[in-house]
Design a protein around this ligand. Structure first.
Ligand code: GLA
Ligand code: GLA
Length: 693
């Protein structure tokens, strides 16, 4: 796949490069009197960029073919003259009412055939030629009108594609799916083979017999090969739509462009790694996970985003200053987290920090979503924190942060959208196991051992790291198998877990014992699985297994029936004799070529992994950082190639005070106190310290 050349929005004329700071700005939802106050407050907070017109279609084209840019011209002019750059949307995220009234055929259809009606947003279907026409017309009008506008520094194409319209089962989608299959497979026989249609009389005679995976009755099971391709197709259909919008804008008005992704630990609707090849710069919307995983999940997701961006700078397009409005319970952030969260994205390679949204709405479905200026107004803790953050960002830019990138880790944890999709099928060994939880658990367990890992997509350069983790990476294609084999043979250090390498990219099982395509690399052969449950539904069924290293497996264990001569057992199960598990291997290490491969044959969770890792890290020869800051603090470094600018971010991961040595010059201390004479700092819970070496 060819990757678009990296391009980044440039500062307004006469301004020096800054970390972009701001948010979604929806002035069209407010009377014009508010705009001057907005601009003044933005200046006070250090805001230097806002995203405008994302949901403005109905105001930009109030009637078919009638365009009104006057209001937008006035807003952009006010912003630009105040030194605030504009990330301008294509305006196409949500169609106006007149369009859906005259063209109901643009609405998407769910798997039971129900039509998604207007009333919210993103009710359009990606495969509608009619909707495409309308969207491209608006893109061209926007491009023509704003191509020479000096304040518009980038294009924000649509918004969060697929958030609400990922799957569409309409007739348009059916035709597009047939074409997609024809392009991918060439012949219907190849599709029959890929989808294993010999099973349950599903054989098709020609492409017109391909239909979307519509309703099949509750409790029945969709063909897994078809479902996997449907997920690929749905991501690609939106990608094609996006590319058409992007190209319509760029042909007339070339400016750096992006579309905002939704990369977070559980989110896998769209193959963002594939999309990453088709943007000038990657941008992301991230919303925190409430509770104890808040910081780690954020750091993990930001690292994955950096992996998707292939270590080019990326843009945090949206996050929240506090509560969102779309969870059943919308927790606020704790004191300190507003600044800490932003600096964590920054540490992980983002060069822009933006929020949804600038001013909290007074009406509409998002009026309870936090913002930079809350309902309470500027006299509020949130706005004070927003101002503090703006000052911190300016300081870091002055000190040279923008010349740096996230320093490459020694460990890559691999994430794969398609493995996630495959494990989501409803007929699997257990519904308790999915791919996505495992890279996160490894990232956290490595952090508990003083290692900040890079999260790297399976297409990415994970084989260039000292060590690699394949955590429940269910799909190993032939290509990935080849890369894994070469990596270890040439001296790589590999961690593999249960549920890895079960199937190829058609979701066909690699035969002969699991993990079929890399059995010799890991030096174990798994004959059966032992899923486990909580025993409420089936009293007496196995619900956990103890290991002799003091850890406990839940949900899943492998039945490892042989261990190669080149391998040895590091931990075994301890269980009642009648289970067949007592003394059976659970964790092993194998020599393969010049490298080593550790195999973890059970779900140990973050805690069990953290506890098992010291021995494995030693066996594989991976050094961790100093004893004293293990696990308490996440250390993230950004540096430039010369090493002249080298920043260390230290985040407290605990709810206790963490005392750290200070090696360089402290630049930002949020909930952290530096003791200059002792060269130490006390970092409070939710605190962060940034130093320059
Ligand atoms: C039923 C069906 C079979 C098969 C089994 C699986 O008996 O007739 O086709 O699906 O269940 O348990
Ligand atoms: C998404 C959307 C925004 C807004 C926020 C709320 O990221 O892009 O328009 O709805 O969610 O969290």
């Amino acid at each position: 796949m060819e990757r678009k050349e990296f391009k980044w929005p440039q500062p307004l004329a006469g301004n020096k490069p800054r970390i972009w700071y701001g948010g979604d700005y929806n002035p069209d939802q407010w009377p014009e009197e508010v705009w001057d106050e907005d601009v003044a407050l933005m200046q006070q907070a250090g805001v230097n960029l806002v995203s405008v017109a994302i949901f403005s279609w109905a105001k930009l084209e109030p009637e078919e073919g009638v365009y009104d840019f006057d209001w937008l011209d006035r807003v952009i002019d006010k912003l630009g003259k105040a030194g605030i750059a504009v990330d301008l949307a294509s305006g196409t995220a949500s169609p106006p009412m007149w369009m859906t009234q005259t063209h109901p055929e643009i609405l998407w259809v769910d798997y039971r055939g129900d039509v998604c009606q207007p009333g919210a947003r993103q009710h359009w279907r990606a495969t509608s030629p009619v909707f495409l026409d309308y969207a491209l017309s608006l893109c061209r009008k926007m491009a023509e009108h704003y191509k020479d506008n000096p304040y518009v520094v980038s294009w924000h194409v649509s918004n969060e594609y697929g958030c609400h319209n990922r799957f569409d089962y309409s007739e348009d989608a059916e035709r597009a799916f047939q074409k997609w299959c024809e392009k991918k497979y060439g012949t219907i026989d190849a599709v029959n083979d890929a989808w294993g249609t010999a099973f349950w009389a599903q054989r098709m005679n020609n492409f017109s017999e391909i239909i979307p995976p519509r309703f099949i009755g509750d409790g029945n099971f969709m063909n897994p090969g078809k479902l996997l391709d449907w997920k690929r197709f749905s991501s690609d259909a939106l990608l094609d739509f996006y590319k058409a919008e992007r190209d319509a804008l760029l042909e007339i008005a070339p400016k750096p462009q992006t579309t905002n992704f939704m990369v977070s630990a559980g989110g896998a609707g769209i193959d963002y790694d594939k999309w990453g090849y088709d943007v000038d710069f990657v941008s992301n919307d991230h919303y925190f996970t409430p509770g104890e995983a808040h910081f780690d999940e954020l750091a993990y997701s930001a690292s994955l985003c950096d992996g998707i961006a292939r270590k080019n700078p990326w843009f945090l397009m949206e996050h929240s200053s506090s509560a969102v409005n779309w969870r059943p319970i919308n927790y606020r952030v704790e004191p300190g987290e507003l600044v800490r969260d932003s600096l964590a994205h920054l540490a992980m390679g983002s060069d822009a920090i933006c929020y949804f949204q600038w001013r909290q709405s007074k009406a509409g479905a998002e009026k309870w979503h936090s913002s930079m200026v809350p309902h309470a107004g500027p006299d509020s803790q949130i706005f004070r924190d927003v101002c503090e953050l703006g000052a911190d960002l300016n300081k870091l830019a002055d000190e040279g942060l923008l010349s740096t990138k996230l320093v490459k880790s020694k460990v890559a944890v691999v994430f794969d959208y398609e493995s996630q999709w495959a494990t989501e099928h409803t007929a699997t060994p257990t519904q308790e196991v999915r791919h996505w939880t495992e890279p996160l658990a490894w990232f956290r367990a490595l952090a508990d051992n003083g290692l900040t890992a890079d999260v790297v997509p399976v297409r990415g350069p994970w084989d260039e790291y000292e060590a690699v983790v394949l955590p429940s990476l269910t799909i190993l294609s032939e290509e990935t198998t080849r890369r894994v084999r070469e990596y270890v043979a040439n001296g790589g250090k590999l961690f593999v877990t249960y549920y890895t390498g079960l199937v190829d990219d058609k979701d066909h099982v690699w035969l002969g014992g699991y993990p079929g395509s890399i059995r010799d690399v890991v030096g174990v052969r798994v004959e059966e699985f032992a899923p486990m449950g909580n025993g409420f539904g089936f009293p007496g069924a196995m619900d956990h297994l103890d290991l002799d290293n003091g850890t406990v497996a839940h949900d899943f264990a492998d039945v490892i029936t042989s261990v190669a001569d080149t391998a040895h057992v590091v931990a075994s199960f301890k269980a009642d004799k009648w289970t067949g598990f007592d003394g059976a291997p659970a964790i092993t290490v194998n020599d393969f070529g010049d490298g080593k491969a550790a195999y973890v044959g059970a779900r140990l969770g973050r805690e069990g992994l953290a506890k098992s890792l010291p021995v494995l890290l030693e066996e594989l020869g991976i050094e961790t950082s100093a004893e004293d800051d293990r696990g308490e603090v996440l250390r993230v470094e950004r540096a430039d190639e010369t090493g002249e600018n080298h920043f260390v971010f230290l985040f407290n991961r605990t709810h206790d005070v963490a005392v750290v040595d200070v090696e360089g010059e402290p630049l930002v201390a949020s909930l952290a106190q530096v003791n200059e004479s002792e060269h130490t700092a006390a970092i409070q819970p939710n605190g962060v310290l940034v130093v320059k070496l």
